[in-house]
Design a protein around this ligand. Structure first.
Ligand code: NAP
Length: 261
């Protein structure tokens, strides 16, 4: 078992990709705590993993007091926190930049950026005290190239990459390291609805050199690797997992020139 006796906290671990991560860490022997805003999803998580080493909390990551309280509870239960996965995140309503509503922009920044940093700080302080810890944040490939319509989401995910660098620079001396992953379009989580429509799957597949969307287990393998001691020297880095989509143009200048001949 890769994570026997390790304590993992996964934000937004009650659903989607976070829940798949929770299951994978449990299968590898870890004790896993999660949170989410939706009460029913928290109860469902507890039901599904009853009898395993789990803790589940109803809490918004942008609620500093509540997250602080939760961190204390995890400590009083398991006495440490080895790995924090900053997974909770929301996407904005797809919209041209000039039409984005203030509430939508603020909502995405409050959760994805502020909430993630507050959570990192809360758990990070405990990791600094215990002189060990690993922080993995889920960014997004759009944080690199700024996909049209995703402006607040792209900014928030780009900021997580810089946060990861800063944390690595500041906390490595306490043996607390950080890295991030930047997934492309994965067949799960927030894309559950979208993947039911073949037209979207085909569209996204064509935009990817590898010509398909990512599988959930492909992302999970990367997370487990980055959380393991084998990846300890990877610090401050954001790893893309997008089938090569970042920076890819379906039709390159070379293709265009060749077509013209
Ligand atoms: N799926 C993809 O293709 C993809 C690609 C790139 C990056 N990502 C990133 O991967 C992460 C997980 O996404 P997903 O696809 O699994 O999405 P999802 O199915 O919508 O899951 C998001 C999870 O985060 C929780 N959450 C949202 N806002 C929260 C808040 N303020 N406080 C606490 N929990 C909160 C949700 O639970 P509640 O609603 O109950 O709070 C849910 O458990 C996100 O950060 C997303 O940006 C996903």
């Amino acid at each position: 078992m890769m994570f026997s006796e390790k304590v993992v906290f996964i934000t937004g671990g009650t659903k989607g990709l976070g829940k798949a991560m929770a299951k994978a860490f449990l299968d590898e022997g870890a004790k896993v705590a999660v949170n989410g805003r939706n009460k029913e999803a928290v109860a469902k998580f507890e039901d599904e993993f009853r009898g395993k080493n789990i803790l589940a909390f109803e809490a918004d990551i942008s609620d500093y007091e509540k997250m602080n309280h939760i961190a204390d509870k995890v400590y009083s239960e398991w006495s440490k926190i080895d790995i924090l996965i900053n997974n909770a995140g929301i996407v904005n309503q797809l919209m041209p930049a000039e039409k984005i509503k203030k509430e939508d922009f603020d909502r995405v920044i409050d959760v994805n950026l502020k909430g993630t940093f507050y959570t990192t700080q809360i758990f990070g302080k405990k990791m600094i005290e215990q002189k060990s810890g690993r922080i993995i944040s889920i960014a997004s490939q759009v944080g690199f190239f700024g996909e049209k319509g995703f402006l607040p989401y792209s900014i928030s995910k780009s900021a997580l990459m810089i946060m990861t660098r800063s944390i690595a620079h500041e906390w490595s001396k306490y043996n607390v390291t950080a890295c991030a992953v930047a997934p492309g379009f994965i067949k799960g989580g927030m894309n559950e609805g979208l993947i039911k429509k073949e037209v979207f799957v085909n569209f996204l597949s064509k935009r990817t050199p590898i010509e398909r969307m990512g599988e959930v287990n492909e992302l999970i393998s990367l997370i487990l690797f980055l959380a393991s001691d084998n990846a300890r020297y990877i610090n401050g880095e954001t790893i893309t997992i997008d089938g090569g989509m970042t920076g890819y143009n379906q039709e390159s200048l070379l293709d265009f020139i060749m077509k013209g001949k």
